[in-house]
Design a protein around this ligand. Structure first.
Ligand code: ATP
Length: 577
């Protein structure tokens, strides 16, 4: 689970601030040294002055001064070191989170489509947060306690080798306890995390589809399932608490007591031979008391290490997903025309081609209608025309160049698309229209009028400055479509791709829209997917698609003149046009 790549990924952000890291490590060493010095000074006081009853003021004052100074430096050092390590850790997570988010923003559409939203959000937030815990806890706690442990053992060895050897037996025994704790608590901690993730997913699902759940009387069933998860999580947590209570503090404390007894016996035997100093005993008892604390802290942090391993691997898997390929041909578009040559497209993991053997020319300024039954591949074809997906076979040329070789800025400047379900951000109407574009008030007004959005803006309390709520849910579906259309028109694109873009607006508004769009004819290349055939009646050509292939094409009149054709049947369906 913990492999070299994972370690490299975790260490990479830390390597950005070697100076600060070295400084924090230096302060850590000084603070620990001062910490360990305390009992050593008191030992000197006991054996050098208290026992022989030597009350000379100067050396005593020096000793007291040294003691106070050492403890003050230790406290200050601890504060600085905690602060600096925490900053290094937070900077590291900040950098990692940025990297993951940047990667997600460049993922191709098909990867986004195939990944549940909650999972993607969890990668960017929860998993990077697990790594934050690792950095913060590891740097601030584990490292600090490890250094303290080593320093105490060193100080013990310097003072009395035999007693130090007895105290050092704590380490292998503690290692066994830690190992046992790990084995028992690792799976339990993982179960807690898994159940928490399940709970999140359930809540997500329930809130997203609350209306449907209520309408279908499913709320009770959902509540039951959630309750079961809650109970399971409760028991899993209780289990981890039991294991911690039993193995962590109790077992390590017990080991500490046994070692203390062994120390007392050894000290007693020493004093029988007349060689022992009482100050040594004091120093050892104090140090021993402080050794078990770091051990407990390190043991507790082990789970974080495990969780961070899982999170880190998941982040690596995400970072391994190839980003959308974008070309580097920055030459501006000369002619906004398309040529499709035996184009094939297959969705990732799909058993059959979604689009097959499509050959087609779309001249600049042409209006092309796309019709066909549900699932025939119309939206997919539009996705390819705006380079949202890479073609699987054949060629798709835009301005005579392979579309995948064109730089995204060039494509975005030329092509605007309005998808079936427009994306609306939880910001103001103006921000939603502009989407980062700089435009004059006059051009904003023109796009609003063309997209028949004026009536809505006049109705909203703050007009263009009205916030639209999450995903624009304060707007109706038709209003969201008009907004997306205005956003596209504002860009004055050379190509306009509309996917059922007016399916939810009333017929009167649609008729007005069509009039507005017809003024673009000849100037803007338009590809319009429509179920309502009246939308494309004026198109220069209409393509009829079936199961990913073009089965008919021609003008409305030409297609209607074939009574055995698909278009003819679509047109003469009871609810058409
Ligand atoms: N991400 C995907 N993975 C696999 N198959 C997909 C994916 N997206 C769409 N499909 C399939 O591709 C086919 C074409 O879908 P597409 O959305 O292009 O159809 P459409 O003609 O636009 O349909 P509609 O009129 O309902 O919008 C459908 O059979 C659909 O199930």
């Amino acid at each position: 689970m913990i492999n070299r790549r994972l370690i490299a990924m975790m260490l990479r952000p830390l390597g950005r601030a070697p100076g600060r890291l070295a400084l924090a490590a230096g302060v850590l060493l000084v603070a620990t040294g001062m910490d360990v010095l305390g009992p050593w000074l008191i030992k000197h006081y006991i054996d050098g002055y208290l026992v022989p009853e030597d009350w000379r003021l100067a050396p005593l004052a020096l000793l007291a001064g040294l003691y106070v100074a050492s403890q003050l430096i230790a406290a200050l050092g601890r504060y600085l070191q905690t602060l600096w390590f925490a900053r290094i850790a937070l900077d590291a997570v900040h950098a990692l989170r940025q990297r993951v988010f940047r990667h997600v923003m460049r993922l191709p559409q098909h990867v986004i489509d195939a990944t549940p939203t909650g999972e993607m959000v969890a990668r960017v937030t929860n998993d990077t947060d697990d790594l934050r815990e690792l950095y913060v806890e590891f740097l601030a706690t584990v490292l600090q306690n490890l250094v303290l442990l080593v320093a105490i053992l060193l100080a013990m060895a310097l003072m009395d080798l035999q007693l130090a050897a007895i105290a050092a037996t704590l380490i292998p025994v503690a290692a066994v306890v830690i190992w046992g704790y790990q084995r028992a608590s690792g799976p339990a901690a993982m179960a807690v995390r898994r159940l928490r993730a399940d709970q999140n997913a359930r809540i997500n699902e329930a809130i997203g589809g609350m209306g449907v759940l209520q309408a279908f009387n499913q709320t009770e069933r959902f509540r039951e399932r959630y309750h079961r998860l809650n109970v399971a999580q409760y028991h899993a947590r209780l289990h981890t608490i039991r294991i911690s209570g039993l193995l962590l503090r109790s077992a390590l404390d017990l080991v500490g007591v046994i070692i203390l007894a062994a120390l007392l016996i050894a000290y007693g035997l020493d004093s029988l031979q007349g060689g022992a100093e009482i100050g040594v005993l004091y120093a050892f008892v104090t140090w021993l008391g402080r050794v078990s604390e770091p051990l407990i802290e390190i043991t507790q942090r082990f789970n974080i290490f495990q969780q961070a391993g899982v999170a880190g691997n998941r982040i690596l898997t995400l970072l391994d997903r190839p980003q959308a390929t974008s070309g580097d041909d920055h030459r501006p578009i000369a002619r906004a025309d398309y040529r499709l040559e035996q184009l094939v497209f297959r969705h990732q993991g799909a058993a059959a081609n979604t689009l097959d053997d499509i050959s087609l020319d779309i001249a600049e300024g042409h209006f092309l209608g796309l019709v066909g039954h549900t699932g025939s591949g119309k939206s997919t074809l539009l996705d390819l025309l705006c380079a949202l997906q890479p073609v699987s076979g054949g060629a798709l040329l835009f301005d005579g160049r392979r579309i995948e070789t064109l730089a995204p800025e060039v494509l975005n400047a030329a092509i605007a698309s309005v998808p079936q379900e427009p994306f609306v951000r939880s910001t103001t109407l103006r921000d939603n229209l502009l989407m980062g574009l700089e435009a004059s008030e006059a051009s904003i007004a023109r796009a609003i009028d063309e997209a028949q959005l004026r009536a809505l803006i006049d109705r909203l309390p703050d007009g263009l400055e009205t916030p639209l709520g999450e995903r624009g849910l304060t707007l109706s579906t038709g209003e969201r479509q008009l907004l997306a259309l205005a956003r596209a028109l504002l860009r004055r694109p050379r190509v306009l791709l509309l996917d059922e873009a007016t399916a939810s607006v009333d017929s009167l508004t649609e008729a007005r829209l069509n009039r507005a769009l017809s003024t673009l004819k000849g100037r803007v290349t338009m590809v319009v997917v429509a179920h309502r055939l009246s939308t494309v009646i004026d198109a220069d050509a209409i393509l009829v698609m079936q199961q990913g292939r073009i089965v008919e094409q021609g003008s409305h009149e030409a297609l209607l003149s074939r009574p055995d054709g698909v278009y003819y049947h679509l047109w003469h369906q009871p609810e058409a046009p």
